[in-house]
Design a protein around this ligand. Structure first.
Ligand SMILES: Cc1cc2nc3c(=O)[nH]c(=O)nc-3n(C[C@H](O)[C@H](O)[C@H](O)COP(=O)(O)O)c2cc1C
Length: 372
């Protein structure tokens, strides 16, 4: 029998039947081509190599120029970007795989160099994130520069962002993705509305938990108006992410978020414990408790992520604590991760130095076992 066999029971996500529960977590690798922010044949190779994942969730993909916060990340809002993703999706499908596009707006975690007309980045409220923006060689003083102060979005500007999410989701479907994952995690725009260390608004988008959840739910409703909800997943992280944002009561906020996302026929809810970015100390016991409450509050397929070993992942599934587990760093280093997990390893070690930016080195050259 296969090792970790609970990970190899087929699973239904919306209209899709997937052969295993070893999913690929979204992983920014900063190898898209500027200035169009498009994918290349290298991306086709990278995702093809990982097509045996039960589901691939792509790297975060900006929904607009305003939604970009890092050098060399892809977009899904221009025709050129749509065209550049098509070969990726065709190749993954030809190999029997499935792939969702993670759609992303960074909010304040950005820099003027990415923003339309060089404006300041936007957020729920005016604030300056801790740390530095990754601008690569877009600026001579790069690759890392201080975050500028974010501008507080007006109601009209929020409406425009909701339209951008819809446009991006439609674009993703045109590009041939099986669905989209709405990135509401890791301290980016949606978290900047959810978390009370950032959201100081006094209108209907701030204050009570219900108000802070408003944008999350409005985007989900907008996305569901253009894409079947069974093709929409949502990612949340109760803790962590760049910029130093936090909530004083993550337990209450994120459980309420999971509850508000239930009964909408969504593809899945995807919850992250630590998010592997480093520098965000997360109390694992506290995270596990919140994750359990979120699972109870939600009614559909429940994906978990964050420092899972294959053994712990298999145990969580056998105990009914999750329906599938997404793996990040293990998938960076092991293109054939499901096969390796089925045989109990061995595993290649990921090299942090080549996570972001660069060439095929540390991207498509990790060997599968047949190449050993
Ligand atoms: C290089 C790298 C890039 C990442 N990019 C994204 C991303 O684009 N979107 C996202 O939601 N999370 C991102 N994450 C977080 C991962 O999806 C995942 O939560 C994290 O790696 C923890 O899972 P792991 O322990 O299986 O690696 C990234 C993490 C790493 C290490």
């Amino acid at each position: 029998m296969k090792a970790n066999h609970d990970l190899f029971k087929p699973i239904t996500i919306g209209q899709l039947t997937l052969p295993n529960r070893v999913f690929m977590a979204p992983l920014t690798r900063s190898r898209s081509l500027a200035p169009g922010h498009i994918q290349t044949p290298l991306h086709v190779e990278y995702y093809s190599q990982r097509a045996s994942a039960g589901l691939i969730i792509t790297e975060a993909t900006q929904i607009s120029a305003q939604g970009q916060g890092y050098a060399w990340t892809p977009g899904i809002f221009t025709n050129e970007q749509i065209e550049s993703w098509k070969p990726v999706n065709m190749a993954v499908h030809q190999l029997g795989g499935h792939i969702f596009n993670q759609i992303w707006h960074v909010g304040a975690i950005s820099h003027n160099v990415f923003q339309p007309e060089g404006k300041n980045p936007v957020s729920s409220s005016e604030w300056t994130p801790q740390g530095q923006a990754f601008v690569g060689n877009y600026l001579p003083q790069g690759p890392m520069v201080a975050f500028p102060r974010a501008h507080q979005l007006t109601r009209d500007e929020i409406k425009k962002i909701i339209e951008d999410y819809k446009h991006a989701a439609l674009s993703a479907m045109k590009a041939g993705f099986d669905g989209v994952e709405f990135h509401a995690a890791n301290g980016y725009l949606i978290d900047q509305f959810l978390r009370d260390s950032v959201n100081k608004r006094t209108d209907e988008y701030g204050g009570s938990i219900e108000n802070r959840l408003r944008l999350l739910i409005e985007v989900v409703e907008a996305l569901s108006s253009v894409v079947d909800p069974s093709r929409i997943g949502v990612r949340l992280t109760p803790m962590g992410g760049p910029g130093g944002s936090f909530d004083s009561n993550p337990d209450a906020v994120y459980t309420a978020a999971a509850k508000a996302l239930a009964k909408r026929g969504l593809a899945y809810l995807h919850v992250v414990r630590p998010n592997g970015h480093g520098g965000n100390a997360v109390d694992l016991d506290q995270a596990n408790t919140i994750v359990a409450k979120m699972k109870n509050a939600f009614d559909g397929p429940f994906l978990v992520n964050g420092d899972f070993t294959p053994q712990e992942a298999s145990l969580w599934i056998s105990q009914g604590r999750a329906d599938a587990v997404t793996f990040g760093r293990l998938f960076i280093a092991n293109p054939d991760l499901p096969e390796r997990i089925a045989d109990n390893g061995p595993y290649n070690e990921p090299n942090r130095a080549t996570f972001y930016g660069g060439t095929q080195v540390g991207y498509t050259d990790y060997p599968s076992r047949t190449e050993h």
